[in-house]
Design a protein around this ligand. Sequence first.
Ligand SMILES: [Zn+2]
Length: 61
Amino acid sequence: MRVLDRPLTCVVCAGDRFTERSITIITSGLANSGFNKSGQAVTCAACGYIHQFVTGSVSPG
Ligand SMILES: [Zn+2]
């Protein structure tokens, strides 16, 4: 997994294997209101820590 073309490392365990999925980030205070941002959640395969991104800057590899 890469962020802005740099390899992503887990901030907790320094792992380098992740699973990625798109998420909705509640920025408006209301779930399912249509005014929330979409983002990406990247979960560390080793410790399970979730790294969240709102900019879509995460790419596989
Ligand atoms: Zn980790």
